[in-house]
Design a protein around this ligand. Structure first.
Ligand SMILES: Cc1cc2nc3c(=O)[nH]c(=O)nc-3n(C[C@H](O)[C@H](O)[C@H](O)COP(=O)(O)OP(=O)(O)OC[C@H]3O[C@@H](n4cnc5c(N)ncnc54)[C@H](O)[C@@H]3O)c2cc1C
Length: 453
């Protein structure tokens, strides 16, 4: 009966049943659209997955910190409000983990798999897709997208739009940079777009000592990479000698102080990452250092003693698109209006971010199938900030991004207000805006008799 009725419904295809694809399939099916969901596991495995279950957590079992002062906490709350299968399953399978939302990984994946498989409008195919299928599609094949599909994407989009590994530098929040130390200047009189952090010899010695002794993540098979010379990890440069970093990314040449004319022993540069100027990345600092050690090294740089790292540097195998060149904030491809994408492939990082973008891409793919316009959440919400970043970030050297406070406009600073209170205000404002936006979407659809979840 259901099969007969559903064959006349509009349909979409979702490729990949990981964090993003599971969420996308369910979001679309709940809007009354038929979904063909393709997942290659267990027929073909990736180097990181171990099971045939959907939404497998390939490494840590945590979705990040909860609560009002936490950027991930806001995104979690938004996905709970949206009815996301990943967040609801995570809450049902949670294990004690202090202030973080951690889960029993097997119970969690089983629950997501059952919820998705049990939906009458979702048809699961355990099959690898080697090219983008016809019709409306959500591409959610993740960091370990199978080779044939990756090759097809490269051919259709152009080789420069698909990255194969993450070589990211740490990104810091603007509010945590000591502006009495930093100065704006471009090298050799170019536009003053960079923030420069000058080292004396003594400060460089301390920085170098920390960098040379910092510990890296130990390599796994899928992490063994050959680095291009121009993309060498900063710790590898330090291994080559005391002067190598300061003849490379820390080169002081052309960066005398604009007012005093003072010359420096070395200079670190920060480049703006987002349209609002809230996030700044350390130029040439791609790194695979452990996060604790990385934080120490970053904080040894003059002007970054109190730095809040909103995204740590990483170096690992990762398939992802150059989102700012390709995507609209609705997660639709600008040049392929029937294609949507989500998760790591779309330029996000993290389980939670993957599922949240999956929900939006699935919703918008279904809306297209139903002849409706795509949606974009409000900019104060974490999901709204994240998708605006993906479509509007600097496309040169684009690196995937996770949820952080730099993605949303800050609230006006009130006298005596500490960081925690300010974050709390941003959390409440973001969640209220997101819930109001959800309610506004639900009203006309309910009035038109759209099927509920
Ligand atoms: C080794 C590793 C460790 C990570 N650890 C963490 C961590 O600890 N915490 C964290 O938050 N994030 C982590 N990440 C980053 C990222 O958040 C996760 O990879 C997350 O699962 C991404 O969700 P996704 O839906 O984009 O991809 P996935 O969850 O990987 O889902 C993609 C799915 O697509 C399938 N697929 C691929 N190609 C095809 C094809 N051609 N046809 C059909 N199916 C296909 C895959 O089998 C997979 O099931 C890690 C990434 C990697 C690679």
């Amino acid at each position: 009966m259901v099969a007969e009725r559903s064959s006349t419904l509009p349909s979409i295809t979702v490729v990949g049943a990981g964090m993003a694809g599971s969420e996308a399939a369910l979001a679309a099916a709940r809007l009354g659209v038929r979904v063909r969901l393709y997942e290659m596991r267990p027929v073909r495995m990736t180097p990181a997955h171990h099971s045939g279950d959907f939404a497998e957590l390939v490494c840590s079992n945590s979705f990040g910190g909860e609560g009002e002062s936490n950027a991930k906490g806001l995104l979690q709350a938004e996905m709970l409000a949206a009815g996301g299968v990943v967040m609801h399953s995570a809450h049902a399978c949670r294990v004690p983990a202090g202030g973080a939302l951690a889960v029993d990984r097997e119970a969690f994946s089983r629950r997501v798999t059952e919820t998705v498989r049990d939906h009458p409008l979702i048809e699961v195919h355990n099959e690898e897709l080697s090219c983008v299928p016809e019709g409306i599609v959500v591409l959610a094949t993740g960091p370990l997208t199978a080779d044939a599909l990756a090759a097809d994407l490269r051919e259709r989009l152009g080789t420069e739009f698909l990255g194969f590994y993450d070589a990211a530098a740490p990104v810091v929040d603007i509010d945590s940079i000591d502006m009495s130390v930093a100065f704006r200047k471009g090298r050799y009189g170019q536009a003053a777009d960079y923030l420069n952090l000058p080292f004396s010899r003594e400060r460089y010695d301390r920085f170098f000592e920390l960098l040379a002794s910092a510990r890296s993540h130990t390599g796994h098979d899928w992490e063994n990479l050959e680095f291009f010379e121009g993309c060498m990890p900063i710790e590898e440069l330090a291994r080559r000698g005391y002067d190598t970093p300061r003849f490379g990314p820390l080169k002081p040449v052309g960066l005398e102080h604009p007012e005093s004319g003072e010359r420096f022993f070395a200079v670190a540069q920060l480049r703006q990452e987002d349209a609002h100027g809230r996030m700044w990345s350390l130029v040439g600092f791609q790194t695979g250092l452990k996060w604790g050690d990385q934080k120490e090294v970053v904080r040894s740089i003059p002007g970054l003693e109190e730095a809040e790292v909103v995204r740590y540097g990483v170096m690992h195998r990762n398939t992802y698109l150059n989102a700012p060149r390709l995507l609209e904030p609705s997660l639709r491809f600008r040049d392929h209006p029937g294609w949507f994408t989500a998760g790591v492939l779309a330029g996000t990082e993290g389980y939670l971010e993957s599922s949240a973008t999956g929900w939006l891409a699935g919703t918008n793919a279904a809306r297209r199938a139903l002849g409706q316009e795509p949606l974009v959440p409000p900019e104060e919400s974490m999901l709204g900030g994240l998708v605006r970043f993906l479509s509007g970030a600097n496309p040169d050297g684009f690196q995937p991004m996770n949820a952080n406070w730099g993605l949303v406009p800050s609230t006006p600073k009130r006298r005596g207000e500490g960081k925690k209170e300010r974050r709390g205000a941003m959390y409440r404002r973001g969640l209220a805006a997101f819930e109001a936006w959800l309610a506004a979407q639900a009203e006309p659809e309910a009035a038109a008799g759209a099927p509920a979840g």
